[in-house]
Design a protein around this ligand. Structure first.
Ligand code: ADP
Ligand code: MG
Length: 238
């Protein structure tokens, strides 16, 4: 079981509380979306979960383990961000293998996992190429393939479609959902785009001004907005 539980997460920069007492949980196999206006604290929440920021208070539990104080590498997460987070001086193979080689996985096992992930994402012929020679869409598939190959316990996506050509977005979304369904881990997907959130989310948490406004299925958010902000945000007529 690898449920993600986030409890009372809080983070400020100076006097600015950007994540204010956020709690939610994401079940195994669930595709969970953080939705809200720009500047609301979604990316900071994700950065706290992956360990790129430390919370002022609160706790992050993955499966049976409290990961709040672990380094990013110790958390075994798969991350796909806007800027892909790839190593430009390495090949596609090297980038997909990256998390594995540092974990002392045997060489033939690395090879097997990299090839299988590349195959699923249509990257097999690109394996020896340099990252710099790939298009944005291909680079993003490499980031996804890395998540697959390393057998991450949790997938984190931060606005993964926003740097892509509109024509590529549909396929990229499908690739992301395929990876999610293949692994059946909890996935956490950040977007400011309501229609994207409603299209992909099993459940959606709306975050604005650092606070969690509501958590629910798309139907629940549309039919039962929990406060005035939500009613306006969703566009329910008064
Ligand atoms: P979102 O992803 O919802 O657009 P962010 O989490 O990126 O929101 O940002 C929330 C707020 O925190 C913004 O006001 C942003 O300027 C501020 N912020 C984010 N990171 C930092 C940082 N490292 N230092 C200072 N302020 C930050
Ligand atoms: Mg953001």
């Amino acid at each position: 079981m690898s449920e993600l539980v986030v409890q009372g997460l809080r983070k400020s920069f100076g006097n600015n509380v950007v994540v204010n007492d956020i709690s939610f949980s994401v079940q195994e196999g669930e595709f969970f979306v953080l939705l809200g206006p720009s500047g609301g604290g979604k990316s900071t929440t994700l950065r706290l979960i992956c360990g790129l920021e430390q919370p002022d208070s609160g706790k992050i539990v993955l499966g049976n383990q409290d990961i709040t104080n672990l380094t990013p590498r110790q958390r075994n997460l798969g991350m796909v961000f806007q800027d892909y987070g790839l190593y430009p001086n390495m090949t596609v193979f090297g980038n997909i293998a990256y998390g594995l080689e540092t974990r002392h996985v045997a060489k033939n096992e690395v090879d097997k996992r990299v090839r299988s992930a590349a195959e699923m994402l249509g990257l097999t012929s690109h394996l020896p190429r340099s990252i710099n020679d790939l298009s944005g869409g291909e680079q993003q598939r490499v980031a996804l393939a890395r998540c697959l190959a390393k057998d991450a316990e949790l997938f984190l996506f931060d606005e993964p479609l926003s740097n892509l050509d509109p024509k590529l977005r549909f396929q990229a979304r499908r690739d992301i959902l395929n990876v999610h369904r293949t692994k059946k881990k909890p996935s956490l997907y950040v977007t400011h785009d309501q229609s994207e959130a409603f299209a992909v989310g099993d459940r959606i948490a709306v975050i604005a001004k650092g606070r969690l406004q509501q958590v629910g299925t798309p139907d629940e958010l549309i039919n039962f907005p929990s406060n005035v902000f939500m009613a306006r945000f969703i566009g329910t007529p008064p």
